[in-house]
Ligand binder design. Structure first.
Ligand code: ADP
Ligand code: MG
Ligand code: MG
Length: 199
């Protein structure tokens, strides 16, 4: 069973991964965006890790809703509201249980990913974070490690795609040949989840 502490550790692990990879995320965003994805998420997840530590919400659902609200208020770029919605909606779907199963998390995460699609209007293959999140949500029903692998493969598979949403879509054909920054950070989020489950 996964308790509130597990979800706090997931957020702390994500903040650490984003810190470590911030330069690379910004470099990817400099190729097909405005070179701020690393700093956007660094600011956002640093604030998330701090607030869930300080407030220590009692349930998994409350940890993720707080994290999502914090991201929305801290990150100005497209990724703030999108990741914020992912975490808030996942948290809401987890309800008020003090502990949740991996299966509950997989279902809630799928609801969160669907909400990202609704908010941003993107679909699979549009070269966005959804290209990592959708396969991860599907694989999470079976295993954490499988979800992390699926997210990473999904992020890598964005390289040949033409961007259809977000800033990268302004580049048209010139967006081809670069890995999407948001899909790359989404893989870090899911990798951090798998790492937390393994500890
Ligand atoms: P901004 O583009 O506002 O500077 P970021 O650089 O932080 O924001 O985030 C860019 C990432 O956000 C993209 O790489 C992409 O994965 C994701 N993104 C942008 N627009 C959308 C959308 N409509 N739906 C899903 N993801 C999106
Ligand atoms: Mg950007
Ligand atoms: Mg920006």
């Amino acid at each position: 069973m996964l308790d509130a502490d597990f979800f706090r550790r997931w957020m702390a692990a994500t903040a650490a991964a984003v810190d470590r990879e911030a330069d690379q995320l910004t470099e990817l965003d400099s190729a097909i965006g405005d070179a701020d994805h690393g700093s956007n998420l660094q600011r956002g997840f640093t604030a998330v890790a701090a607030v869930v530590e300080k407030d220590a919400p009692a349930t998994p659902g409350a940890v993720l809703t707080l994290a999502g609200r914090q991201l929305i208020s801290t990150v100005g770029g497209a990724s703030g509201p999108l990741y914020g919605t992912l975490l808030r909606r996942t948290g809401k779907a987890l309800g008020e249980d003090a502990e949740v199963t991996q299966e509950q998390l997989a279902q809630a995460f799928a609801a969160g990913v669907a909400a990202v699609g609704q908010l941003g209007g993107a679909q699979a293959g549009d070269k966005t974070m959804l290209d990592a999140l959708l396969p991860a949500a599907e694989a999470l029903a079976l295993s954490f490690r499988g979800a992390a692998d699926a997210a990473r493969a999904g992020a890598e598979a964005t390289v040949p795609l033409l961007a259809r949403k977000g800033r990268a879509s302004y580049l048209g054909e010139r967006s081809i040949g670069h890995q999407d920054p948001g899909a790359t950070s989404a893989a870090l989020l899911v990798e951090a989840l798998a790492g937390t489950a393994q500890d």
